[in-house]
Write a protein that binds this ligand. Sequence first.
Ligand SMILES: [Zn+2]
Length: 318
Amino acid sequence: MTFNTVQFQPGMSLPEFLHCFGTEAHCAEALKAARWPGGFRCPRCNSDAHYVVGHGARRLFQCSVCRHQTSLTAGSLMEHTKLPLTTWFLAIYLISQAKTGLSALALMRHLGVSYPTAWLLHHKINRAMAARESCHRLEGAVQVDDAYLGGERAGGKPGRGSENKVPIVAAVSLDAKGRPRFLKLNMVSGFTSEAIGQWAKACLAPGCAVISDGLGCFAAVTSAGCTHQPVVVGDRKPRELPQFLWVNTVLGNLKTTLAGAYHSLKYRKYGAYYLAAFAYRFNRRFDLRGLVSRLIVDVARCAPAKEQLIRQHAEAGF
Ligand SMILES: [Zn+2]
């Protein structure tokens, strides 16, 4: 089984994490390397000539050319944070290593912060994952399937009320041996040709060979330059067919994750974040150790987002 090697790989142990990122100084160095891998660059004029005012995590970098001052966190998701960097890094570590996701409540308990603080950290880190996930499209052979968040297949109980049932599309690309490579999980406005056409243009590279069940809207992937092969499933459920093995495995795992990690989810509002966090972890499943460092980089490079913005309706955006 492909998944066993994934399940049994060593992650980064907590002592090892604390050894690398247990102090403000260590976190500040890691943040600096993540933001400016080739050394400091002025965000205003791109000059590398600078001097440093102050020290530690709160130090300022002043450009020698245009005199613009910036900090390690300015212009990033961590901008204006009052939390120690060690708290941010520990949150990143915990979220990256939790196999079935982590709730804001669990994060609150682990970090010893208030619930609103944990909630915001959780959503900001999910936002960084979503931003990263939106940068790539699937290529080659792709299995797609439709599902609902809050429906019977992906989290929640059936009959909970349709107002919290959100249509989603799951798509898994396969390698030449038919093994899963990358995953896209996205909310869509509905299972219409228009919505699927928009989704395909954002998420699939032209030339993808898409298979789906007979749901009519999936033919719209051809508008994104993909080929489409519907598989007529007859009386059988598509999830029982080998052609849909991986996309259904993913939807099953998603259901477990959502049931275990998130209670009373507001899918319509925040579903896109939860899906992106799941896909982010799946797409990096072969390197659980490296996931910590990658997520530090993705958080450090994600544009600032005010709490108000995060609390607004998360777009169904891809
Ligand atoms: Zn400058």
